[in-house]
Design a protein around this ligand. Structure first.
Ligand code: SF4
Ligand code: SF4
Length: 203
């Protein structure tokens, strides 16, 4: 008989202990860990408070040195194409047009004084494909292509994940192509004329 009541007592104590732990966590869940951010060395040592956040209303700040979404400072880009060739995914698309001799000043220089020799009508990065490996930023000679701490760049429309950094409109690009083609045709005609004259003199 005493064993019977002993088992009931043990069961009641076990339930009470379990419920007290559950209630402790229940009320503890009303607290937050605070907004110290993952950079805080104590962030993951905090025992109290919710682990989960009500995203996107609550966001853990990304570190300043975070390397997420790519950005290109096109003013410093020389159109060398090294990033495009190095990307293992093929998410960078570049189209360049040689700068005409009389337009070097117009095209300008990079911030470290390097003369730019190409217009860049197309510099697209498909960030939906990008795996942020960083190879393109490593090979970039002017360091204009960088990762940023922006980690949330989700979109409803996938086409918005194709980022355009080109520095010419379609019309401007066509005008540059036409001008370059005229210069090259004139140079070729001049070369053929000289060759023809040289042949006549030789005969
Ligand atoms: S970070 Fe990697 S995957 Fe993304 S564009 Fe650069 S090389 Fe390509
Ligand atoms: S490697 Fe750098 S400078 Fe060259 S095309 Fe890419 S972003 Fe521009």
């Amino acid at each position: 008989m005493s064993e019977y009541f002993g088992n009931i007592k043990t069961g009641a104590v076990t339930i009470a202990t379990g419920m007290s732990i559950t209630l402790k966590h229940f009320f503890n869940a009303l607290n937050r860990k605070g907004d110290a951010g993952v950079d805080d060395v104590d962030y993951f040592r905090q025992v109290d408070g919710l682990c989960t956040l009500q995203y996107p209303h609550e966001v853990i700040p990304t570190p300043e040195h975070g390397r997420y979404r790519l950005d290109n400072n096109i003013d410093n880009c020389i159109g060398c194409g090294q990033c495009d060739r190095a990307c293992p995914i093929g998410c960078i698309t570049i189209e360049t047009i040689k700068v005409a001799p009389d337009e070097f000043a117009l095209c300008g220089k990079t911030s470290d004084g390097q003369q730019k020799k190409f217009w860049i009508p197309v510099f697209d990065i498909d960030v939906a494909k990008c795996m942020t490996c960083g190879i393109c930023t490593t090979v970039c000679p002017t360091e204009c292509l960088v990762h940023t701490p922006v980690s949330d760049f989700s979109e409803f429309d996938r086409s918005n994940l194709l980022y355009h950094f080109g520095n010419l409109s379609h019309l401007e690009a066509q005008a540059k192509r036409n001008k370059l083609a005229e210069i090259q045709a004139a140079a070729l005609a001049e070369k053929e004329k000289k060759a023809s004259e040289a042949n006549k003199q030789a005969n």
